[in-house]
Design a protein around this ligand. Structure first.
Ligand code: FNR
Length: 353
């Protein structure tokens, strides 16, 4: 019997690992010798759209749809509950097409009845499917993923990308919960973010290159490989700056971002530890998404180790925020940084200041 696609993704994600070239080495934090804050004053609370989160770390969409993926979702949900993290399930389209696999997603709500949980569908989804996905897990928000290059590399993938924005617009207008539009590791551009904002999207996960690589994963699943596409994408540091540049208020007033900003940004793609998370937040993200790195800890060391890992990330993030003199995530946005290397060259070429 053929291994379900979802399990192949888990297997190849672990096998291929992450390059770590998500661009954060180009971002230099500037030491603050007079931080005027205290470790005990640091708050990790944040907000994405109308959702209030006690941690800026989100367990990003991964799986569901088969027995072994139910086990992964159960353990991730335990980590989310114990550490107070929001969590997304993997694409629910399989459960919309076949109700029998719905429990592999619903386990997340069962384990974590009070937690913040996001549903997940692709941009081919209709409003009705979005409503079914939300209802299936009593979701607090719905992620819609964009993964054009992954689909094109998959032999069985989509080839028609018309009508995506219109469908997203309809879902955003009518769904009763917030919608997060996310990339899966190819990175979002300024133009893409601007179009999404025009369509009413208020939360974007930039899903940059440099972490889990879905071009490489799909190539590993193919007989005839297209490995020349394995470096397709825009690094996470760059994707964050691209999406920030789509926010009109920012170009008008540089780094002074107001808290009534209409777009909340989630930084994701290759985030493995607290320093990378801190840099993403400093670049303007309200939260960070972690997928592959948490999956690795869970599968190689178990749930208890994942809880310790997340707790360490929280403690280290507080330490970094103390050193930077930023007692809140919003204050991190206004700490000075230096942008070097490829990220600086890209921003220069694109006129992003
Ligand atoms: C994913 N990702 C993903 N995203 C999504 O929107 N729907 C999905 O069903 C999946 N499935 C999935 C399976 C596995 C095994 C992994 C590792 C990832 C993508 C994920 O949410 C994230 O955008 C990327 O993995 C980039 O982040 P990391 O892994 O570099 O932290």
């Amino acid at each position: 019997m053929r291994i379900p696609r979802k399990l192949e993704h888990v297997h190849h994600a672990l096998q291929l690992g992450q390059s770590g070239d998500q661009g954060f080495s180009d971002i230099k934090l500037i030491p603050n010798c007079l931080p005027e804050t205290s470790l005990r004053l640091i708050s990790l609370h944040t907000q994405i759209g109308e959702l209030k989160l006690s941690s800026p770390i989100v367990i990003n969409a991964m799986t569901g749809g088969a027995a072994e993926t139910e086990e992964i979702n159960r353990e991730l949900a335990i980590a989310a509950r114990e550490c107070g993290l929001a969590m997304a399930v993997g694409s629910q389209m399989s459960a919309i097409k076949n109700k029998e696999v719905a429990p592999s997603y619903q386990i997340v709500r069962k384990i974590n009845p009070k937690g913040i949980i996001f549903g997940n569908l692709g941009s081919e989804a209709t409003l009705e499917q979005a409503e079914l996905a939300a209802e299936m897990i009593q979701a607090d928000g719905l992620q819609i993923h964009l993964n054009v290059m992954q689909e094109l590399i998959m032999p069985e993938g989509d080839r028609d990308f018309t009508g995506m924005l219109e469908r997203i617009h309809i879902i955003v207008q009518h769904l009763q919960i917030p919608v997060i539009v996310k990339e899966v590791g190819f990175g979002m551009s300024r133009e893409g973010a601007a179009a999404l904002m025009q369509a009413g999207v208020t939360v974007i996960d930039v899903g940059g290159f440099g972490g889990t690589n879905f071009a490489a994963i799909e190539n590993a699943r193919r007989d005839v490989q297209m490995n020349w596409l394995n470096d397709w994408g825009c690094k996470t540091s760059i994707a964050l700056l691209e999406v920030m540049d789509a926010i009109p208020i920012r170009s008008a007033n540089s780094k002074a971002i107001s808290s009534d900003l209409k777009l909340a940004i989630i930084g994701s793609g290759g985030i493995r530890g607290s320093l990378e998370a801190c840099k993403a937040l400093t670049l303007g993200a309200s939260a960070v998404g972690v997928a592959g790195a948490f999956l690795r800890v869970l599968r190689e060391q178990g749930t208890a180790a994942l809880l310790v890992h997340i707790d360490e990330m929280h403690q280290q993030l507080k330490l970094l925020m103390t050193a930077l003199g930023a007692s809140t995530i919003e204050k991190l946005w206004n700490t000075p940084i230096v942008i070097t290397g490829d990220t600086a060259a890209w921003c220069g070429a694109r006129g992003i200041d």
